[in-house]
Design a protein around this ligand. Structure first.
Ligand code: SF4
Length: 696
């Protein structure tokens, strides 16, 4: 007898529906959910192999562990021992140094309910805003840009716009590898409508370029120059929508002056592309009835990430391509639930339901709802700031939950030194492999995908339910339960939920009257409808926002922002003349603690490598497959060279997945990446570090 359960893929923000089949022996296998509106039965290689990550428990953490002194080994303890001592240590630190001496660093892979309780715990009861997540590394620049341009952190469109668009501009992204199911929908849409134009901007010729009508192989860091030049070409060719601009936006005149400052030829020279291709891109966009942009880390992970985002959104605002079928600026989320995390306020500068931290009325409202302590108006530490604060002693204790910062943070050796200095480190994890465990005073074993229930929100604002199918191994517990048990050990009320649906109901109530209102929603509705897009009102979700062209700004007009096109990345020099950019490969996910367990997924690419242009390699006496050393002042990486004309001369590429303990310290790309932050989003400049490469 086989039982089947509908759930959602836990990897990327595409949010594909999955059916998990469980046979009489408890063996699992998965298939795509043919009834799911996102993937219509399709799964990519990662999703297709998800069941192996659950069935192979050889690396799983099974019991809480604790050590009483840094020099002693950790030993198995009970949940009560681990949580009572941790509560005592946290209480002592808070008493002596204040609430800002502790922090929680969580993950875009957490379920919404997990995010909700940890955010409630630290902001509403401990009294600090020191909670941030690895979503800060992923899409915080897009969040700030949406708020600045549209008045709200809200993706306007829906995936169904893909089939209705006739021009799609993919900027700084490789969805063919990183969002494969969306890419299959784009391939199918182009096959059905060969007149559809695909533009890709990327310093590398990626798999996504194979479908492109136009590849703009720009120099790293020149995206704003490119977008401004396309804006100028659109204006000059009369492709703007003046009635939309006049009725629904502010800032066009200043924008026009700004983009007219550079000629198309000057811009083309800076970007390293042909001027005629800028005109071609503007023609494709200007002649489209449905124009979508899709972007990810190439724009977000930048020291000018917010401006890169705004410069792309501006192309929609000057052409009126927003709030209508087939149109809209669409940031693709890397993490599966980065959006759900923001809905509950799970970043250091947010409050629940997109309320604003520096708004006293919003703080009061949330405090009254939670019934805890007064909410602090001081923004908390962001992801990288937490590790700086550990290093300089301001932060004493950190609780790391569902993320592997020693592989994923920029300048990873700095982060490692920070954990060495921490007074107390809690690691809440499913796997015994991550590097952070080496520094943990307490290890709390967590339940994994299919071992707990909850909800996630994908990149198109679609909330879907994840089903519990199996029991967690050993004594592992769902993350929300761990946090609630800890809160109770701290003596806080309001964490005695009898099940996670009560947590979800509480979150929904707190959204009432906001732009993301889901106050009518509950598990029964989500399970019955399978998924809904927020806001959800009068029994209906909302696939497309801004259909009436009324934006969430005070005067309901979108804002066309103007700014310069300088790149703030670290400068190149004679010693460090090459630009290092990093990214993903097709079959691995983040730091490989799940996909690294699946042998089938290693068949595509089994080890790290450096992609380098043959001309740069020749100048350094490097041949294909030579071992090379990549260096800068922050560290070293040593991997095989892969010579390729698909990367721009002067640029080298490393995959971001490989870490230290699982693999080799010298494979960790983040030994080299830059800690520079975007001043508005605090997102790091992962895509631009100055390096030198030599034959080993
Ligand atoms: Fe999972 Fe993303 Fe692949 Fe869909 S595209 S199966 S959500 S990893």
């Amino acid at each position: 007898m086989q039982a089947s359960f509908k759930t959602t893929c836990c990897y990327c923000g595409v949010g594909c529906g999955i059916v998990v089949h469980k046979d009489r022996q408890g063996k699992l296998h998965v298939e795509g959910d043919k009834t799911h509106p996102v993937n219509k039965g399709m799964l990519c290689s990662k999703g297709m192999n998800l069941h192996y990550t659950v069935m192979d428990t050889s690396d799983r953490l099974l019991y809480p562990e604790m050590r009483y002194h840094r020099n002693l080994p950790r030993q198995r303890v009970t949940w009560d021992q681990a949580l009572e001592r941790t509560a005592a240590v946290f209480a002592a630190i808070i008493k002596k140094h204040g609430p800002d001496a502790v922090a929680f660093y969580a993950s875009g892979q957490c379920l919404t309910e997990e995010y909700y309780v940890v955010n409630k715990l630290i902001k509403g009861f401990i009294g600090s805003n020191n909670i941030d997540t690895n979503s800060r590394l992923c899409m915080s620049s897009a969040v700030v840009a949406y708020k600045m341009a549209l008045g709200e952190d809200a993706v306007p469109g829906t995936y169904d716009d893909i089939e209705q668009a006739d021009c799609i501009f993919v900027a700084g992204a490789n969805p063919a590898w990183c969002h494969p199911i969306l890419w299959r929908r784009i391939e199918a849409a182009k096959a059905a409508n060969p007149a559809m134009k695909i533009i890709v901007s990327d310093p590398r010729v990626t798999q996504s370029c194979a479908l492109a009508d136009l590849h703009l192989q720009v120099n790293p860091g020149t995206d704003i120059v490119l977008h401004h030049a396309i804006g100028r070409a659109l204006i000059t060719a009369g492709h703007t929508d003046s009635s939309f601009v006049e009725a629904h936006t502010n800032g066009f005149d200043k924008y026009k002056d700004t983009v007219m400052e550079r000629t198309i030829e000057e811009a083309a020279a800076i970007c390293g592309i042909a001027a005629e291709n800028i005109h071609k891109a503007a023609d494709y966009i200007g002649n489209a009835t449905g124009f979508m942009t899709l972007w990810t880390m190439g724009l977000n992970q930048s020291s000018v990430g917010v401006h890169k985002n705004l410069s792309l959104i501006n192309l929609h605002l000057i052409t009126g391509h927003i709030g209508k079928p087939g149109s809209g600026p669409f940031s693709l989320t890397g993490q599966p639930n980065a959006m759900g995390g923001r809905e509950v306020g799970g970043l250091s500068n947010l409050l629940p339901a997109h309320r604003v931290l520096n708004n006293p009325a919003h703080r009061k409202e949330v405090q009254a709802f939670w019934g805890g302590t007064e909410l602090s108006d001081k923004p908390g530490l962001t992801a990288t700031e937490m590790f700086t604060a550990l290093n300089d002693g301001r932060l004493k204790a950190i609780w790391i939950m569902c993320t592997n910062p020693l592989v994923s943070l920029p300048d990873a050796r700095f982060a490692e030194a920070a954990l060495q200095k921490a007074k107390y480190v809690v690691v809440q994890e499913i796997s015994s492999k991550p590097e952070t465990l080496r520094y943990a005073d307490v290890v709390l074993p967590a339940a994994a995908w299919t071992e707990k229930e909850g909800t996630m929100t994908n990149a198109e604002r679609r909330i879907s339910y994840l089903t519990k199918v199996t029991d967690a191994p050993g004594e592992a517990l769902p993350d929300a339960e761990i946090i609630c048990r800890f809160a109770q050990k701290m003596g806080y009320h309001g964490f005695d939920y009898t099940n996670v649906s009560e947590i979800y109901d509480e979150h929904c109530r707190l959204t009432a009257g906001t732009n993301i209102d889901v106050s009518e929603l509950n598990y029964d509705i989500i399970k019955a409808q399978r998924s809904v897009q927020w806001p959800y009102q009068s029994g209906n979700g909302t696939p497309r926002l801004f259909r009436d062209h009324r934006f969430y700004t005070p005067d309901e007009r979108a804002v066309i922002h103007s700014f310069g096109d300088d790149n703030r990345s670290e400068p190149l020099s004679n010693e460090l003349p090459l630009i290092l950019t990093t990214g993903r490969i097709r079959d691995q996910w983040h730091t490989m603690s799940k996909t690294g367990k699946v042998s089938k997924l290693k068949q595509h690419i089994s080890s790290s490598f450096l992609e380098i242009h043959p001309e740069d390699a020749r100048q350094r006496g490097i041949s294909a497959d030579d071992i090379v050393t990549v260096t800068n002042g922050r560290g070293t990486v040593r991997v095989k060279a892969q010579l390729s004309t698909t990367i721009k001369k002067g640029v080298v590429f490393l995959p971001m997945h490989w870490g230290k303990i699982l693999h080799n310290d010298l494979h960790r790309a983040n030994n080299l990446t830059s800690p520079l932050l975007d001043p508005l989003s605090k997102q790091p400049d992962f895509k631009y570090a100055a390096v030198q490469v030599a034959r080993y």
